[in-house]
Design a protein around this ligand. Structure first.
Ligand SMILES: C[S@@+](CC[C@H](N)C(=O)[O-])C[C@H]1O[C@@H](n2cnc3c(N)ncnc32)[C@H](O)[C@@H]1O
Length: 249
């Protein structure tokens, strides 16, 4: 299934105001930390979904905030929440591979669990577009599933991708289906077009980034386990996600 259809069909299940999915605990807080002080920054959130991250950054003081998202149902959900909350976030339907925004017009561009829907070549293209949108000195911050995770645990809740026996290299650029569970029992269908560590660094280089990224390997932390032992327990000590922050020179 292509990502647009996947997200059109399950949009309602993504709506949330509080942390609910696994990565709302183990992934997104680290992304917000890597964004640093966003006061007054102009922020672009690509693959923004129903707006969870855009709302958080706006709440932390971001200036103009624009969300761009492939699925029309997700855009509609984001706009509905904007109408309810009145934070002043703009949402548009669009594709991260072809961003219709002015060059050098944002201080921060984020892509949270979006590149797992793209091939390595399309990820390079998306990063090139994100870099183009940034002002010099601006930062790109993105999170993806950890490329080693599917090879370290059999597919089982609360988080998995089914690689059907493929290996770390032979699974490259293959679209694999997965599931991510939420605290409230909701199950979300997700996908992972597998890319290796080498791919991610190659994509950044080919997109024109010249500095070294700051890289975090994200995991279940003791505080997650204290709060939700049954939910988090099966994933302790596994590399779940990667988060990158890289500057446009
Ligand atoms: C896992 S969701 C994450 C949504 C949001 N970033 C968040 O953290 O809550 C991935 C989102 O990426 C969107 N997406 C996938 N491919 C895209 C593309 N080429 N351009 C823009 N958005 C895309 C999907 O429609 C989906 O809403």
């Amino acid at each position: 299934m292509d990502p647009e259809q996947l997200y059109d069909e399950q949009a309602g299940r993504w709506r949330r105001r509080e942390p609910n999915s696994l990565s709302d605990f183990t992934g997104r807080p680290a992304v917000f930390e890597l964004c640093g002080d966003v006061s007054g920054l102009e922020v672009l959130d690509v693959g923004c979904g129903e707006g969870y991250c855009a709302r958080e950054l706006k709440g932390r003081g971001a200036g103009r905030t624009l969300g761009i998202e492939l699925s029309s149902e997700m855009v509609e959900l984001a706009r509905t929440q904007e109408r309810e909350l009145g934070q002043g976030i703009e949402y548009r339907q669009g594709d991260v591979r072809q961003l219709d925004v002015e060059a050098s017009s944002f201080d921060l561009v984020i892509a949270v669990f979006v590149f797992n829907y793209l091939s390595a070549d399309d990820t390079t293209q998306a990063l090139r577009q994100m870099r183009r949108a940034l002002r010099p000195g601006g930062a790109a911050v993105f999170a993806v599933p950890h490329p080693a995770f599917p090879f370290m645990r059999d597919p089982a809740p609360p988080f998995f991708f089914d690689f059907s026996g493929r290996g770390y290299f032979s699974a490259r650029d293959v679209r694999n289906e997965g599931e991510i569970h939420c605290l409230d029992g909701t199950q979300l269908g997700v996908q992972m077009v597998h890319k290796t560590f080498e791919d991610y660094f190659g994509c950044l280089r080919d997109a024109g980034f010249q500095s070294l990224p700051e890289l975090r390997e994200l995991r279940v932390r003791p505080e997650h386990l204290d709060q939700h032992p049954d939910f988090m327990g099966p994933l302790v000590d596994l590399p779940l996600h990667l988060a990158f922050r890289i500057l446009k020179e």
